[in-house]
Design a protein around this ligand. Structure first.
Ligand SMILES: *Cc1c(COP(=O)(O)O)cnc(C)c1O
Length: 362
């Protein structure tokens, strides 16, 4: 049997073994074509089917209404930080941002290059260890949109509910929690996510955008950076990242086979509770970074009594087959990323390892 790591990488991250094995089986001869998916024209009927199927599955699984477009773009979620203001932030309007941490920070910095921005709420005073109270969000009068980061991958915080924004489009960076739980898509004007955490490999970014918001871009926006271009061309304006889109399709089929997004959410809850419980039961040996009401079901961030012990934890975890547990350099400590594809067994193994580590070093 293939030896697989207990993979807690933050992104790119674990993919289901079943998905990798299916891709392996189809690798050199996709659907009897005598070619790999990577070797065929993106204008071919076979690839068009791959492209459409992935869209349809995502629509079905995530409950995306027909007046939303689904786009497969390149440039990562980071390019969306710019595309959003380029397309949706006209002069005289303000792009409002909830500042929850590292990724929200990058989003607002990029928007500042294009127009007026405002911080509608922030948890900076608490070192971003929580999502601000939704009631504390102050919208500027002339808001073009409100941007939120549904899950802060680095700090390990996550919205439990989303703000009501009325007529102002709500925009969400869901890079690190898309499809990990059901979401009321019609609440949002635009949702985007790099695929490499919950949806597949790197190289493709998913954008879900309401029809009216993608209808027209300012004249000065380059062709490739206009939502309109990709809507009109069914994400085939230029050569798409075809292998990545194909893998996203396999990943979506896997989610469906697991029982859909609600079933995945329950599994994610079970997985993360195993680890949060060990933190809470450790008598202060492990300290969670996030405030308990804002804890992420994807990225579990925690500290040990000393940096020495944190280094030791990483070292011993690696000797025991764990990967990716070192926290991001900006926060320090440890981080376990347990995205959709991370199996329950990995989380059980980590919970056991945490108990054992504390027994030896606590
Ligand atoms: C990883 C991540 C990004 C950056 O994604 P890229 O595809 O690397 O540009 C943006 N936002 C969040 C919340 C992320 O987790």
């Amino acid at each position: 049997m293939t030896k697989r790591a207990f993979n807690f990488n933050a992104g790119p991250a674990a993919l289901p073994l079943e998905v990798l094995e299916q891709a392996q089986r189809e690798f050199v001869d996709y659907a009897g074509s005598g070619m790999s998916i990577m070797e065929m024209s993106h204008r071919s009927a076979i690839y068009e089917r791959v492209n459409n199927e992935a869209q349809e599955l995502l629509r079905e699984l995530f409950g995306i209404p027909s007046h939303y477009h689904i786009l497969f773009l390149q440039g990562g979620a980071s390019t969306q930080f710019a595309m959003i203001p380029m397309n949706l932030l006209p002069a005289g309007k303000t792009g409002a941002y909830v500042h929850t941490g590292s990724w929200a920070d990058k989003a607002v910095k990029e928007a500042k290059l294009f127009g007026e921005t405002a911080i509608a709420a922030t948890s900076a005073a608490d070192k971003y260890n929580r999502i601000p109270d939704l009631a504390s969000i102050e919208m500027p009068d002339n808001a073009a949109y409100l941007h939120v980061t549904s899950n802060e991958t680095i700090e390990g915080t996550q919205y439990k509910a989303f703000p009501q924004t009325g007529d102002v489009p709500l925009i969400a960076d869901m890079s690190s929690d898309i499809l990990s739980r059901p979401v009321d898509v019609p609440k949002f004007g635009l949702i985007y996510a790099g695929a490499q955490k919950n949806l597949g490999p790197s190289g493709v970014t998913i954008v879900i955008v309401r029809e009216d918001l993608a209808a027209e871009s300012p004249k000065s926006v380059p062709t490739m950076l206009r939502y309109e271009t990709h809507v009109k061309n069914n994400s085939l304006y230029n050569t798409p990242p075809s292998f990545s889109v194909y893998l996203v399709g396999l990943m979506l089929k896997w989610v469906k086979a697991k029982g859909g997004v609600s079933a995945i959410e329950q599994l994610n809850r079970d997985k993360t509770m195993l680890i949060y419980d060990k933190i809470d039961q450790s008598g202060g040996f492990y300290r969670g970074f996030a405030d308990s009401g804002s804890r992420s079901m994807m990225n579990i961030t925690f500290r040990l009594p000393s940096e020495e012990l944190e280094k030791q934890f990483v070292k011993e975890s690696e000797q025991n087959g764990f990967v990716g547990l070192k926290g991001h350099r900006s926060v320090g400590g440890l981080r376990a990323s347990a995205y959709n594809a991370v199996p329950l067994e990995s989380c059980k193994a980590l919970a056991d390892f945490m108990v054992e580590f504390q027994r030896r070093h606590g």
